[in-house]
Design a protein around this ligand. Structure first.
Ligand SMILES: *Cc1c(COP(=O)(O)O)cnc(C)c1O
Length: 419
């Protein structure tokens, strides 16, 4: 890119940053580098690339890690990683073939047998399954905390259970899915610092999928790592599964090292699709948030709706939840859950009569989606726990898309009228 002295905003750089047309016959867009391996100019060059890739020596000044093999690096992935860094102002990024592979790679890299991971509840179903069913095989245990707990309460529990020296990682999802409950990232930082010792730094990881790279920047709020399901807002078109992880150079080097050996990096075609998606990330997400505000206003006053879970509904009377929102969220987002008056029967009647909004799980895409958390995304969660978390049979979760908002509201209104 030409030398530009002005600091440009990420949305201005999404079409060009990190890509050199002169290396690709002048093509304005990055080609799909559908190749498994890369030709070295000389044996000496190949040797130097491997020394750096395997960390056998530090990079010299201005020396770049050359392309070796697409499990380690590929131009579509490198450009994508550079562009994703801009939104979160991260030093480094690693992209994966799914959100789950980003999450599990982080957990496997930063946890050892005997460790405990302190984790917010509720959790995304896949993450919940991994920490409950798979981590215990490696003798890694889980301790949960809840949105209504204070740092003092969590620390008190850690003291009582005598697990302070075992806590190795704090992991949170905020806003929580599907209730939109908020967790305080600074509070997680404080607990992590309390559990850290000079030779054990406890990292804080935030799954930022629900807010996407636009509306919440966990690294600026005290987190060490941020993970995304790029399948959601980043991809944004319901046509690709992918994930990402961002943080400091030191941390992401470790994550990439693990990724190289798990072999779960994204392929060039996935990388290229996400590059295309990133160009419209901001316009998509802003439209989605704008539409969601109107939809929430409609639901708030509807007689067949009992309760609406939407960040824009928080007020000062919500106390700490409101304070966290003011501190952490740059938007009210585009995820709305609501309880219909009734139970599963009424919720299903609504879902079965939608005409424009699709009945599907996933979120953050251009089309609006509706689902029933109790029997779908959260089917695996223990019933008692679901009820305690407020996930009941009358709850519907909406992901608002980019359609004209009056059409979305028309669809919701006609489906509610059937109940
Ligand atoms: C979808 C999702 C994931 C998993 O991502 P995949 O891309 O489906 O592997 C993780 N966390 C949250 C919050 C999600 O919504």
């Amino acid at each position: 890119m030409k030398n530009i002295s002005k600091k440009l905003r990420p949305e201005s750089l999404m079409m060009s940053y990190g890509y050199k047309p002169e290396l690709s016959e002048g093509a304005i867009k990055s080609p799909i580098f559908q190749t498994s391996t890369f030709v070295f100019k000389t044996a000496e060059e190949g040797k130097a690339f491997f020394e750096i890739a395997y960390g056998h020596r530090q990079k010299k000044e201005n020396e770049e890690l050359g392309l070796i093999y697409s499990r380690i690096n590929n131009p579509d992935l490198e450009i994508l990683e550079d562009r994703l860094c801009l939104w979160d102002e991260a030093e480094k990024c690693a992209v994966f073939e799914s959100g789950m592979s980003a999450i599990t790679t982080v957990l496997l890299e930063f946890l050892n047998p005997g460790d405990i991971v302190l984790i917010s509840n509720p959790l995304y179903g896949g993450t919940s399954h991994f920490v409950h069913k798979i981590l215990p095989k490696f003798n890694i245990q889980v301790e949960f905390f809840y949105h209504y707990e204070t740092a003092q309460e969590v620390i008190h529990r850690i003291e009582q259970k005598k697990i302070k020296d075992k806590v190795a990682l704090i992991y949170l999802e905020t806003p929580a899915n599907p209730t939109n409950h908020l967790f305080d990232i600074q509070m997680a930082r404080n607990i992590a610092d309390y559990c850290s010792t000079p030779d054990k730094k406890v990292y804080v990881t935030v799954d930022n999928t629900y807010m996407g790279p636009l509306w919440q920047h966990p690294l600026k709020l005290g987190a060490d790592l941020v993970v995304y399901s790029a399948t959601k807002y980043i991809g944004g078109h319901s046509d690709v599964i992918a994930g990402a992880c961002l943080g400091s150079q030191e941390i992401i080097n470790r994550v990439k090292y693990m990724r190289t050996f798990l072999g779960n990096m994204a392929g060039p075609w996935t990388g290229w699709l996400l590059l295309r998606s990133l160009e419209t990330l901001k316009v998509r997400m802003e439209t989605q948030a704008y539409n969601a505000k109107h939809v929430a206003q409609f639901l708030n006053q509807h007689p067949k709706v009992e309760k609406v879970y939407y960040l824009g509904n928080l007020t000062q009377t919500d106390g700490h939840q409101y304070i966290i929102k003011q501190k952490q969220c740059l938007s009210d987002g585009a995820m709305i859950s609501f309880d219909v008056k009734g139970g599963e029967r009424e919720a299903f009647l609504f879902l079965n009569h939608l005409k424009l909004i699709k009945l599907a799980v996933s979120l953050g895409s251009t089309e609006s989606l509706a689902e029933h958390p109790y029997t779908m995304t959260h089917a695996d969660v223990d019933v008692k726990e679901k009820i305690a978390l407020g996930i009941t049979e009358k709850m519907i979760r909406l992901s608002i898309g980019v359609e004209y908002y009056e059409d979305i509201i028309w669809d919701i209104e006609q489906a509610l009228s059937v109940i």
